[in-house]
Design a protein. Structure first.
Length: 252
């Protein structure tokens, strides 16, 4: 691994894929690779295919990251605890896909207890809204009584889903969204769900770590050809049916 203490600067005029090799990312802070550039759709898509993502606070230049190791969740490997399984079966909420993308992103951007500010800036919201309009970015939403109570958003390129952020307004709502995504992508033979950086919460849900080089090798295969993924259920799915996967089988 590189011990670089300086990062590369990218000009907005550089080609979309003009990133340094990810092996040159810094050790501390882990994965910081480059700064600058822009959040155009071609640059973002190129970055994700290379194992790179943007993460910066308002007022900072755009910062590009590729941490080592990488946190991933394999579709179908979501860990359902006994308590969560009970709550799934009792829930009267439902899962919807891509019906309120902008609202999901905005709720993900809202401040959380113990957190100052947000990295989901207006610039980020605009960039991912464009990606959604272009068919690359998607939202998985949890609804109850016509209220959006949880969800997540990210990008699908080829057979990889790159998760960006999630939120909950009720207990377990974001877990329902991630579990629904995992189950659906398993039926679609996705290689993995990128969770970027490991947390205790993600560990409890079945996420694991991959060496960055191994993660990048998977992307070279699973993101090719770099096609949009369009096979999303067009009707709501009751949360109570996620557990068996029978709900998704009926929607195929």
């Amino acid at each position: 691994m590189s011990g670089n203490t300086r990062i590369a600067w990218i000009s907005a005029n550089d080609p979309p894929d003009a990133f340094p090799d990810i092996s040159r990312a810094m050790r501390e802070p882990d994965g910081l690779l480059a700064a600058g550039g822009d959040l155009s759709s071609p640059r973002l898509l190129a970055a994700y295919r290379l194992g790179i993502f943007p993460w910066f606070d308002e007022g900072q230049p755009i910062l590009w990251w590729s941490p080592d190791p990488r946190c991933v969740l394999l579709p179908g490997r979501f860990h359902v605890s006994r308590r969560l399984r009970r709550d799934l079966r009792r829930s009267d909420a439902e899962i919807r896909f891509n019906t309120r993308f902008a609202e999901v992103v905005e709720k993900c951007a809202e401040p959380r207890p113990g957190q100052y500010g947000t990295w989901i800036t207006p610039e980020i919201i605009g960039a991912y809204s464009r990606l959604h309009a272009e068919g690359w970015a998607h939202s998985i939403e949890v609804w109850q009584d016509d209220a959006l109570i949880g969800g997540l958003y990210g990008l699908a390129i080829g057979r990889v889903f790159f998760g960006e952020s999630m939120f909950s307004r009720q207990s377990n709502a974001s877990k329902y969204a991630l579990y629904a995504l995992s189950q659906h992508l398993q039926t679609q033979e996705f290689a993995l769900i990128d969770c970027q950086v490991l947390s205790h919460h993600l560990t409890t849900l079945g996420a694991a770590l991959l060496p960055r080089a191994e993660f990048a090798d998977i992307l070279k295969v699973a993101c090719e050809p770099p096609e949009r993924f369009e096979e999303w259920p067009g009707i709501p799915l009751p949360v109570s049916q996620i557990d068996t996967n029978h709900g998704y089988a009926a929607l195929q």
